[in-house]
Design a protein around this ligand. Structure first.
Ligand code: DC
Length: 227
């Protein structure tokens, strides 16, 4: 079968990851959450107190970082490993969320992660989500999606997600964090978040989860030529 790349970009908390995960499952493709990779780098930087403004410290730190994914058959989730340790829960914490956009502005970080992301797409069909997948990582992806949703809707969804994990966070703090990340992600110099050429825009504010997954599955059926 032909190797297929589905690229999904969009704002923080618009449902990219859960949608991409469901698509990958339905299509039997690998799912790669590139936000998790930026989060893992951020966690390492926090733990090792790396000064984000010190280029040589950042360069040295990046040499010590190995990120991988392992599928957990119990949670049905491709979990993130940093230097061999499962960090899936740690990278979702607010201290990481608060710093991750600043870390992902650093070009050295982006170069290293983009190279790894392209390697992951060399051999297998995959669904990859992030901010620059359709614009930078795979500009020739077979299908590009740009997902959006109202800020309030995104904050409520994120709060529910955290509550399901027994983490209680004030709605206002979540809204602030999302708005702040939107601003940094879409105005940064290197690979800002924007709709890729040829991407299909899907506003999920008023869609159910099943509807948004279904819309993309239909696009895949219509847009991608079978080999
Ligand atoms: O998808 P997420 O919210 O877990 O992503 C966390 C941060 O990582 C997000 O604020 C911006 C950054 N990111 C990025 O710059 N490029 C990507 N391809 C994926 C994420």
């Amino acid at each position: 079968m032909k190797k297929i790349i589905v690229a999904i970009d969009g704002n923080s908390g618009c449902g990219k990851s859960s949608t991409a995960k469901a698509l990958a499952k339905a299509l039997k493709f690998i799912y790669i959450d590139t936000g998790a990779m930026y989060r893992a780098v951020t966690l390492f930087f926090i733990k090792h107190r790396i000064d984000l403004k010190n280029e040589s410290d950042v360069k040295e730190a990046l040499k010590q970082i190995d990120i991988s994914f392992k599928y957990n058959t119990t949670t049905c989730n491709n979990e993130t490993y940093l230097n061999g340790r499962n960090v899936e829960n740690q990278i979702r914490k607010m201290e990481v969320s608060d710093l991750v956009s600043a870390v992902s502005e650093i070009s050295q970080v982006r170069t290293q992660l983009v190279n790894q992301q392209r390697k992951l797409g060399e051999s297998k069909s995959l669904v990859m989500d992030g901010r620059d997948i359709g614009t930078v990582v795979f500009p020739n992806a077979d299908l590009k999606i740009f997902m959006t949703a109202d800020l309030k809707v995104r904050a409520l969804r994120r709060q529910k997600e955290l509550m399901d994990k027994n983490v209680s966070v004030d709605l206002k703090d979540i809204e602030e964090n999302l708005a702040n990340r939107d601003r940094i992600d879409s105005t940064r110099k290197d690979s800002p978040l924007k709709k890729a050429e040829g991407a299909h825009e899907i506003d999920t504010s008023r869609l159910t989860f099943e509807e948004q997954v279904d819309q993309i599955l239909q696009l895949i059926r219509h847009e991608i030529e079978p080999a």
